[in-house]
Design a protein around this ligand. Sequence first.
Ligand code: BJW
Ligand code: ZN
Length: 234
Amino acid sequence: MERYHNIVVLTGAGLSAESGLGTFRGPGGLWENFRIEDVATPEGFARDPVLVHGFYNLRRSWHKKARPNAAHLALARLEREHGNVLTVTQNIDALHEAAGTKNLIPMHGELERALCAACGVSAPWTEDLSIETLCQACGAAAMRPDVVWFGEMPREMERIDEALGACDLFISIGTSGTVYPAAGFVMEARAAGAHAVELNLEPSDGADLFLERIEGPATEIVPAYVERLLCTRP
Ligand code: BJW
Ligand code: ZN
């Protein structure tokens, strides 16, 4: 394997599947029981905030029981031992942080934070949210999960675009490649001349855009891939 200097890792729900957290799409996925437009759009929240709070309160309770798996730990090791890795996750579950990853962008927000729709202040939040929860900064009853819904701007896009434009290795793990702008990162990285590899249980929607593909469960293929990368360091 070549030596890489600047690595960007993109992760999705498949990375946390073996930690017991469900994915969104496919058989058994969250979208089988909840409609995207009801629970993952600002319009759905405006229509029925009680339903949306219930959806995220349920997921917060699952997340509290989840632990990082071997794939999260391998990515933390990659960052520690390689030194020049940016991990961008679409997951809101905080398992990368729990595994020890530091240079991390949770581009779709964080479930353990709450955002006040009135004053815009975001604060750590581990309990259930309801329409009666008051903002600790301004007192308004306008709290929502600090996550990115369809039609909203993902977090830190400028920093992500800059890293993609400068990377020589792009690794996409456990994401279906159906949600933009994340689904377009592979093209940005390739335009910068990077090698692009997909690690997934099955080919994603954009699988043909990758130069290398490894199929299997994340807890097996990610530690093996990281080992391979680190063994060929200069
Ligand atoms: C395993 C495994 C194992 C399983 N091991 N692997 C028309 C064209 C293009 C774009 C648009 C369009 N119309 C609208 C848009 C934009 C829209 C969009 O993309 N829509 C698409 C549906 C077409 N996007 C947006 O609105 C975004 N904002 C935006 O674009 O702003 C404007 C902008 C412009 C320019 C620059 C920048 C911005 C916002 C998107 C927000 C998405 N939000 C959600 C909810 C977040 C909170 C929450 O978690 O509830 O994010 S939706 C949901 O999907 C969640 C996920 O992060 C996201 C991606 O899902 P992911 O991670 O890929 O999961 P799955 O389930 O889809 O796939 C799992 C994968 O794992 C599979 O591949 C399995 O094979 C694999 N797997 N087990 C390894 N054990
Ligand atoms: Zn407020």
